[in-house]
Design a protein around this ligand. Structure first.
Ligand SMILES: Cc1ncc(COP(=O)(O)O)c(C=O)c1O
Length: 377
């Protein structure tokens, strides 16, 4: 738009494709959503209500309450083998998304290169654009199940990224990266002195393979995680970041103090219950239900879309459809199914669609399969 009254940083942004297509999903079988249809664990809801009734209603420390950061610290050391941390090297905020935003704002200047796997969650590119950084897409292929291959590593090797995004298990592809892949990424990052942002929000939603935290291998890593997916708490808005280099978290915290101030006080207190042993049952039940949905869908989807690997984690399929993804999703909508076109997830997403099974039970998935089978394009 000529002579726009708005700043250039918003002119280059599009509405998040996931929000846009979710809004069109009313009265359809909704395969767009980035969460599960499970209720949040009772223990966390009760603890949050108790905190609210108990007067935990004021600003907290900007980085988050120490009791919660202590639990996060323990978890990152024990489960993720990330060392050289302490509570000051951990920051809690209003969702993993805000943590990612703060990390990019703290590290990226105009024209700094940021390497992003292609396809990737839509917000990575937008956040880098707000920071005026330069996106370097690292191409991935449906044929390889979107696991990094020689083309991916060759583009990474030939770039000079200040920051590399890694997200395993992955949105939108469901891919889980092995230790070998992580080691190759670390080798390049080390030589180029790049930071890595490891988005581990789907850590616990994994069916095959083992989750590897790249922060256990490489100090210049900001590990990002949260409560949205594992505990179906997207509306609580709570996530965290950790980095052994304290200055990184200090700078992210500066942005936090001058923007959201802190995460919601009673939500932070409630989230302490997420670290109790008895909550593991909840996660196990959810993952086993999601695994059934994944297996059911895979058996059926591979007949419709021949180029499809079984995803090892998260709750998405990202099949190649062999036609225009936007036209295809519009056609699906006309027939009662909502899914998200692949192109907003990056150049390699063109000609793919994202199917989420987080929010739909097998019965609905069965109906969706019938409709997908009937679409000819
Ligand atoms: C890969 C990825 N990272 C981060 C987020 C954001 O999570 P939160 O709700 O904690 O902001 C999402 C949500 O969809 C996601 O898919």
């Amino acid at each position: 738009m000529a002579n726009s009254i708005f700043a250039k940083r918003v002119e280059c942004l599009d509405e998040s494709a996931t929000f846009k297509y979710s809004a069109l999903a009313k009265n359809k079988i909704d395969l767009t959503i980035g969460r599960t249809n499970f209720d949040a664990p009772t223990q966390i809801k009760e603890a949050t209500k108790d905190a609210l009734d108990g007067g935990k209603i004021f600003y907290t420390k900007s980085r988050g309450i120490v009791e919660l950061r202590e639990k996060i610290l323990e978890k990152l050391e024990r489960e993720n083998k990330i060392h050289n941390l302490d509570v000051e090297k951990i920051i809690v905020s209003v969702g993993a998304k805000q943590i990612i935003f703060e990390a990019v704002m703290a590290l990226i200047d105009r024209n700094d290169e940021v390497a992003i796997p292609d396809p990737s969650w839509v917000s990575y590119e937008s956040i880098v654009r707000i920071a005026e950084g330069k996106v370097v897409w690292l191409p991935l292929k449906a044929e390889n199940g979107f696991i990094p291959d020689e083309d991916f590593f060759s583009v990474l090797e030939n770039s000079n990224p200040r920051l590399i995004f890694i997200n395993s298990p992955n949105n939108p592809t469901g891919a889980v990266y092995s230790k070998k892949i992580m080691e190759r990424i670390v080798d390049i990052a080390e030589r180029k002195n790049s930071f890595i942002l490891s988005d581990e929000i789907y850590e616990k939603i994994i069916y095959e393979g083992r989750h590897i935290s790249i922060g256990s291998m490489y100090e210049n890593t900001i590990t990002v995680n949260g409560f949205s997916k594992e505990f179906s708490m997207t509306g609580f808005r709570l996530g965290y970041g950790a980095c052994p280099i304290k200055e990184v978290i200090d700078k992210m915290n500066l942005i936090q103090t001058q923007s959201v101030s802190c995460a919601t006080s009673f939500v932070q207190y409630g989230a302490i219950a997420a670290f109790s042993e008895d909550i593991r049952d909840y996660v196990d039940r959810m993952v086993s239900e999601l695994r059934e949905r994944r297996d059911f869908l895979f058996e059926n989807l591979k007949e419709i879309y021949p180029i499809l690997e079984k995803p090892g984690g998260a709750f998405y399929f990202f099949p190649k459809i062999n036609s225009d993804d936007i036209e295809y999703c519009d056609k699906l909508l006309e027939n009662g199914v909502a899914a998200i076109p692949g192109s907003p997830f990056g150049p390699s997403g063109k000609g793919c669609i994202r199917i989420s099974y987080g929010g739909s039970e097998i019965n609905d998935l069965r109906k969706a399969i019938e409709i997908l089978k009937s679409i000819q394009m």
